[in-house]
Design a protein around this ligand. Structure first.
Ligand code: SF4
Length: 380
């Protein structure tokens, strides 16, 4: 994809860590995370949910491990899935050690909350021994009492001070493989806290608006909060928190990155809102295509425009396009040029076939390039 100067986003320079095979920070692509909501002890249900998230494009999945039974289940879960798993721990340092031993790629734990220096040392040792990174996860709803007393309320300064206080516990142990989040459900508070934290350190940042709400409310709030941060170059990995299934969080996360041109995956549909001029049912067609094309991983742009007012112009900027015409016959564009016509009743099937063919072509080209790269490496 080529960028115009006004589309450039300059990312904050952060150090890079690893969450299993996924790089986070530095020049790594911004990763999309979600969290399971099945009981972790229910291994099969949790694996099934993680696989659905993988299909939706999750790079990293977090799983809560509040009990010894759940860290035992984690061992089976991490072996059955592809994505790296972050074990979510709050206060129980033993769970952190068990989770590291069970194969978690990252531990979400706030070291300042787990008690003595000795305990912090033990958790850090387990993380080191098992190649785990750590996420410090500060939340406005659970700020330390000494900070609430100092600041009177959860404000950006308190969130940042909490994050740096927890970070100091790890730095004292010479452990630097960590990322930080400072989440709040208030968009202004979360954004201001992340802006200040981004200035105060070079650790990779996990961004999110916590308890954002249901599908619609949470998507809008996250788009405002995360969108502002990403646009300003802040954020190395993200989670959209919705009171909805985790796959939906992943889809919204991707839409955010796609909208800002930060990452591309799957079909991006450009469609008009429709009006009396539409040559076909734009709303129904787009809904059907979103569902039918959800499995496509290759980055393809598709314009679905109801009439010639905007159709040809939008098609110029997309890989495939359709513009509604008269008498139930519509124009199909490839790479911005008129190509052929299609009848209304055959349109959805026809577009699905075109997109699938384009995706297969792109996948074959990628595989050929990868094979050529491997041959070159072997010859060197
Ligand atoms: S592109 Fe045509 S059908 Fe779509 S909203 Fe605009 S005028 Fe209406």
């Amino acid at each position: 994809m080529s960028y115009r100067p006004y589309q450039q986003i300059l990312r904050r320079k952060s150090r890079q860590i690893r969450v299993g095979r996924v790089r986070v920070g530095g020049d790594a692509p911004i990763s999309v995370q979600t969290m399971t909501n099945t009981p972790t002890e229910d291994v099969q249900a949790t694996i099934a949910q993680i696989r659905r998230c993988e299909e939706a494009g999750a790079d990293i999945v977090r799983v809560s491990v509040p009990t010894p039974e759940s860290t035992a289940a984690l061992r089976q879960i991490v072996r059955a899935v592809e994505v790296p798993i972050v074990a979510d721990i709050h206060f129980h340092y033993r769970r952190a050690i068990e989770a590291a031993e069970a194969g978690a790629a990252c531990l979400r734990i706030n070291p300042g909350n787990i008690g003595s220096k000795e305990r912090v040392r033990e958790v850090v040792k387990a993380a080191r021994d098992h190649g785990c990174s750590i996420r410090i996860g500060v939340n406005a709803g659970s700020l330390e009492r000494h900070l609430l007393e100092k600041y009177g309320e959860p404000n950006p300064e308190a969130l940042v001070e909490s994050a740096l206080w927890h970070a100091a516990h790890l730095q004292e142990e010479d452990f630097h493989e960590f990322k930080i989040s400072v989440k709040a459900s208030d968009v202004f508070l979360a954004v201001a806290a992340y802006q200040q934290l981004a200035e105060a350190c070079d650790h990779p940042l996990h961004i999110g608006i916590t308890e954002a709400g249901g599908r619609r409310t949470g998507t809008v709030k996250s788009a405002i909060g995360l969108g502002s941060l990403l646009w300003a170059g802040i954020g190395d990995t993200l989670r959209v928190s919705l009171s909805a299934e985790p796959e939906e969080e992943v889809r919204v996360g991707w839409e955010l990155l796609k909208s800002l041109g930060l990452r591309h995956r799957g079909v991006r549909i450009v469609s008009c809102p429709s009006c009396a001029r539409q040559g076909f049912d734009v709303i129904g067609t787009v809904a059907a295509l979103e569902e039918r094309l959800a499995h496509i991983e290759q980055p393809i742009t598709l314009s679905i425009i109801g009439c010639v007012v905007n159709g040809p112009g939008e098609a110029l900027m997309t890989d495939l396009g359709v513009t509604g015409g008269g008498a139930g016959t519509h124009m199909v564009y490839r790479a911005g040029r008129t190509d052929h016509t299609v009848k209304g009743e055959a349109m959805v099937e026809h577009i699905v076939a075109l997109v699938e063919a384009k995706a297969a072509e792109m996948a074959a080209a990628q595989a050929a390039a990868a094979a050529a790269g491997a041959r070159k490496q072997a010859a060197e």
